[in-house]
Design a binder for this molecule. Sequence first.
Ligand code: IPE
Ligand code: IPE
Ligand code: MG
Length: 301
Amino acid sequence: MSWIREGELNLLEKISANVLKAGPMPKHVAFIMDGNRRFARKKNMERQEGHMQGFDKLAETLRWCKHLNIQEVTVYAFSIENFKRTQDEVDGLMELARQKFERLLEERDNLEKHGVCIRVLGDLNMLPLDLQELIAKAVITTRSHNNDVSEALLSECLYSNNSPNPDLLIRTSGEVRLSDFLLWQTSHSCLVFQSVLWPEYSFWNLCEAILQYQLNHKSIQKARDLYREHQALQQLEADRSCVAEHLQHHGNGKPVDAQRRQEALLHYTACREERVQEFVQLLKHKRDSFFTDLCSKAVLT
Ligand code: IPE
Ligand code: IPE
Ligand code: MG
C-alpha cells in the first residue's frame, strides 16, 4: 500500500477545494508539525505512538496538497534542539524518520508526477559558522568584491536556494514561534498558527490556513514587490558608486560623459554577475563535498 495514500476527496471536500482553487493558491507551503506528545498524552497513548501518527498525518496532508495543486511542501520534522530530548525519544524519532522518509523517497517520483515536491529541512540553514566559513573561503577563492555580497546572494547560499520561498507557513499546536525554521525565507510569507495538534490536523484546517493566505494575498504580494524593487535599486546604487570610484581613479580627473559612464556601468554589472555565478558554483561544490564527507564519516562510525 502506498504510504502517501491514494484516494479521492469526498464530495464536500471536492467542492470546497474547487472553491478555494478559484482564488490565489499558495504554490509552496511549509509546515511546522508540532504537538505530537500533547496528542499522545491527551489520548493516553505512548509518546512514540503520537510521533507515529504525526508521520502518518504528513502522508495524508501531502495527499490533500496534491488535490489542492500545491506544488511544493517543506516540512520541519526535527530540529537540532530536539537532540536534547531523552536518548530513547531521539532514537525512536530517528527510526521513524528513517522508515517513513525512505518510503517517502520511494514514492516521491510518483508524487512528483502529480506535481508535489517534498523537501525535509532541519535548522541547518541557520548554522552561522558553517555558512560564514564557506562564504569567506569562496570570497577569497573567486576574488569577489565586498560589493558582490548582497542579500540576494546570501539567499542563493542557503540550502533552500533552488526553490522559491514558501507562500504560506503553518505551525500547529498553538505555539506562536518559528523555532529557527526558515527564518530568512519566510520574511514575506503568510504565517498561520493553528491550535490543532499535528496528528489531529484535518483537511478543513488546511483549507482554513489557505483561506487566511487568500485574505492576505494582496498585501503579501505588495510587500514582496516592494522588497524586490528595493533590492534592485540598492544593487544599482552600489554598482554605480563602484563605477564612479573606478572612473575617478583612472580618469585623471577628466570629466566622463554620460554614455561612457553608462557603458562602464553595464560592463561592471556583467562582470559582477559573472563573479557571483562563479562564487555560487564554488560554494555549492564546497557544500556538496562537506556533506559527502559528513555522510562517509557517519557510515564509518
Ligand atoms: C512535534 O511534536 C514533533 C517533533 C518535535 C519531533 P512534539 O514532540 O514537539 O510534541 P509537543 O509539542 O511536545 O506536544
Ligand atoms: C519544533 O520542535 C520543531 C518541530 C516541530 C520539528 P519543538 O516542539 O521542540 O519546538 P520548541 O522548542 O518548543 O520551540
Ligand atoms: Mg513541540
